[in-house]
Design a protein. Structure first.
Length: 95
């Protein structure tokens, strides 16, 4: 038996794992679509950052994820959608 310690953290692999876990949960709960919402307030970033890699500072945002499709992130300002594209994990970030 071996206890393997993770020596390096791969962000892309971690995000892929998160989406795979969500896919499994959606299958179990018989869901076709989920909406992930987060406010841009400290302590309320939650799953918006966990799945999207970006959170707006003062405004809300959300991610729509449908089975077998890529997620789409929506933000309330152009600046947030731009920054989400630059810094986040989701390619399709909209205003």
């Amino acid at each position: 038996m071996s206890n393997k310690i993770i020596e390096t953290y791969n962000e892309q692999e971690a995000v892929k794992y998160r989406w795979n876990q969500l896919d499994s949960l959606m299958e179990t709960e018989n869901l076709d679509v989920v909406v992930i919402y987060g406010k841009g307030i400290i302590t309320q970033y939650g799953f918006l950052y966990y799945f999207g890699g970006y959170y707006p500072i003062l405004r809300p945002g959300f991610i729509i994820y449908a089975k077998e499709q890529k997620p789409i992130a929506y933000y309330t300002t152009r600046a947030d959608s731009y920054l989400a594209k630059q810094m986040g994990f989701i390619d399709d970030a909209r205003f």
